[in-house]
Design a binder for this molecule. Structure first.
Ligand code: SF4
Ligand code: MSK
Length: 653
């Protein structure tokens, strides 16, 4: 076990009380968690500044971040080339993760259409037809299957198209699209963009940081408006578009008297299949025979977020709590698929006799049990896992300690539902949102998303930042582990309006929504792109996404996927702030380009801050700047002084 120099108190590591309790238990049990290793293994300062290159065997070459232009690599690559290449490869990896996930969803969709996958079906016909129409596919008088085949063929181009523009850019506001065309960054298929990104960042190819940055943007856009968007659309078509539902979260959702199975990862098919298996009478009977009151399916990380709003499945916690949940001893099985699965989950599970199963051929863990999920017979895998979990329940020898904490919240706000809830069934649309931004009741909209990271106090920055934003009348939309941080803090309920500024509170109370809207998994950031696109198309807030009073933030990010997401938001026109660290050397040309130069070209830009208060200040300052440029800053001043006007909002809506 790696020994941290000093034992850090659990309350200094995380604000999640359940995780604190389990850190203390793990220490008593002698079990090492990733929090311990984060303390013991300090990050390399040169790597953290992205000032090293190992792209060939003339190196690795290291540049001093404190004097970055003093030296160059053996080949002559300077700090801007080295940092831009490293950044580009992070974007390529993040884009590959989302687009490969999307491709898997598309494979499943094709299987359903061809009839080779029989356990799933096209559940949401309305969404299928809406997607078809957005791709300019004829729907009138046509059969569902005919439309589905055409949708499949169009969406496949998102990956394979070698030239021209991918089909989903039809959804991009015209002026934003024009700015991409001018810069030459409208994406082709993701396979082509990722391939070119990797080629251009190899030794001795593209050595102009500005030119590399164009391909970085193009690759990231192939993710946000391509692979990620396909993944979200197909999930909705096959499993249903989420609608708001009350869900219970936090580790208290584990039940001492039930067979607890945690599903962790990113692809919804695993948990969807698990739900079908767990409902089978023979399986239920088998569980009952062991004395268990039932089978308790629980989500974690993004798999859980994907299905919590479709099925009301409880959620135990985010990325930083996955090991901690095992420390309860109450988890009979943890099953995983792809992305954000720590290798040591297998080891921690072993300490508590928990059955740990990998299920995806792309993601095995050395020594771990692997039961492959085949979409043609998914329940063969999930039945086996549940039976193993029931056996573990029957023979539970561990002393169990389940944290008592739970919180309830409302989740499942797709961009379609936001349209409906704001406008009502007869006049669904984004006009009420835009109107309330124009009149100043809502100051702007912020996306707060992304991971947790053991190098930041878990959940702290997410919760403090969001509280500060809603206090300042900024409506917050969320995805990923950030959404779960706010859910555990009990702030995803309409009652959270009590913490909002007066204008935002009034709008939320009138409509009956929380000021913090959870949109789903990290791949569902595409829903936020669709929402900002709708805001532009609705009118009154400028002509491109870059004109909107909006901002984004990933306060505790850790994954390359987060960098890809950040870059597609920046290239789409959104000011995007990252917290705790940023993979760049300060005061270099590449940093200047990302943090200022891109905005001058009509895109968004990157920002960085350490504290949630500073993140909020940067985002609010940007939103106010956009309000000034739109000429709507005066409206807000008037509204803030006009209490009776605010009170009449309900009557006017
Ligand atoms: Fe060094 Fe250049 Fe090789 Fe990178 S590509 S390792 S900077 S010689
Ligand atoms: S799981 S990418 S830690 S959001 Fe999507 Fe959470 Fe970040 Fe993984």
């Amino acid at each position: 076990m790696a020994k941290p120099k000093e034992i850090i108190r659990p309350e200094d590591i995380t604000t999640c009380e359940s995780t604190q309790q389990m850190i203390a238990k793990a220490r008593r049990d002698g079990v090492e968690l990733f929090f311990d290793r984060a303390e013991a293994v300090k990050p390399c300062p040169i790597g953290a500044s992205s000032a090293c290159c190992k792209h060939c065997s003339m190196g690795p070459c290291r540049i001093s971040p404190s004097d970055p232009y003093k030296h160059v690599g053996v080949c002559g690559a300077n700090i801007d080339t080295i940092a831009a290449r490293n950044f580009g490869r992070m974007v390529a990896a993040g884009t590959a993760a989302h687009t490969d996930h999307g491709m898997a969803m598309l494979d499943l969709f094709r299987g359903v259409i061809e009839g080779t996958v029989i356990d799933f079906e096209i559940k949401d016909h309305l969404k299928l037809f809406e997607v078809a129409e957005s791709l300019e596919i004829e729907t009138k008088g046509r059969e569902v299957k005919e439309v589905a085949i055409d949708v499949y063929r169009e969406l496949e181009k998102t990956y394979t198209q070698v030239d021209g523009e991918i089909p989903l850019v039809k959804r991009v506001p015209q002026k934003t699209l024009e700015s991409w065309r001018k810069e030459g960054i409208v994406p082709r298929g993701a396979m082509r963009e990722i391939m070119e990104m990797m080629h251009r960042t190899a030794m001795g190819v593209d050595q102009d940081y500005e030119n590399i940055t164009k391909q970085i943007s193009r690759t990231a856009l192939a993710d946000g408006w391509g692979g990620s968007m396909v993944s979200t659309d197909i999930s909705d078509i096959l499993f249903g578009t989420p609608v708001p539902v009350e869900v219970t979260v936090d580790m208290g959702v584990l039940k001492e008297d039930q067979v607890n199975i945690i599903v962790h990862g990113h692809e919804p098919i695993l948990l969807e299949a698990m739900i079908i298996s767990a409902a089978a009478p023979s399986i239920k009977e088998m569980a009952r025979e062991t004395g268990a009151k039932g089978i308790n399916l629980v989500g974690m990380c993004c798999s859980g977020l994907d299905v919590l709003s479709r099925h009301g499945i409880p959620h135990a916690g985010n990325f930083s709590s996955t090991e901690a949940a095992l420390v309860t001893g109450a988890v009979d099985a943890m099953t995983v698929d792809v992305q954000c699965i720590k290798q040591d989950l297998h080891k921690v599970a072993g300490c508590y006799d928990t059955v740990f199963v990998t299920t995806n051929y792309r993601a095995k863990i050395e020594g771990a049990m692997h039961i492959e999920l085949d979409e043609h017979d998914p329940m063969n895998c999930t039945d086996q896992i549940i039976i193993k979990a029931i056996m573990r329940y029957k023979n539970r020898g561990q002393k169990i300690e389940i944290p008592a904490r739970t919180a309830k919240g409302v989740h499942g706000f797709s961009h379609e539902y936001i349209k409906y809830m704001l406008g009502g069934s007869f006049r669904g649309g984004y006009e009420p949102l835009n109107d309330n931004i124009i009149n100043g009741r809502i100051r702007g909209v912020a996306g707060v998303v992304g991971c947790t990271n053991p190098r930041s106090k878990q959940d702290f920055s997410h919760v403090e930042l969001v509280k500060e934003l809603i206090k300042n009348d900024i409506l917050v939309v969320q995805t990923g582990c950030s959404q779960m941080a706010l859910a555990k803090a009990g702030l995803t309920t309409p009652g959270a309006s009590a913490l909002a500024g007066p204008g935002l509170a009034e709008v939320c109370e009138t409509v009956g929504i929380p000021p913090i809207l959870g949109l789903g998994a990290c791949v569902d950031n595409s829903r936020i792109l669709m929402a900002v696109s709708e805001m532009v198309k609705t009118g009154g807030l400028g002509e491109s996404i870059a004109d909107l009073p909006v901002a984004g933030c990933a306060p505790e990010w850790m994954s390359e996927k987060a960098i890809a997401i950040g870059q597609y938001f920046v290239a789409s026109g959104v000011y995007t702030v990252f917290g705790h660290t940023f993979p760049i050397t300060q005061q270099t040309n590449f940093q200047e380009l990302l943090f200022n130069g891109l905005e001058e070209k009509g895109f968004g830009k990157w920002g960085f801050a350490d504290s949630p208060q500073e993140m909020a200040r940067l985002m609010i300052t940007h939103i106010d700047k956009k309000r000034r440029e739109l000429g709507i800053d005066k409206a807000r001043e008037r509204v803030l002084m006009d209490m009776s006007d605010r009170r009449s909002l309900a009557a006017n809506e």
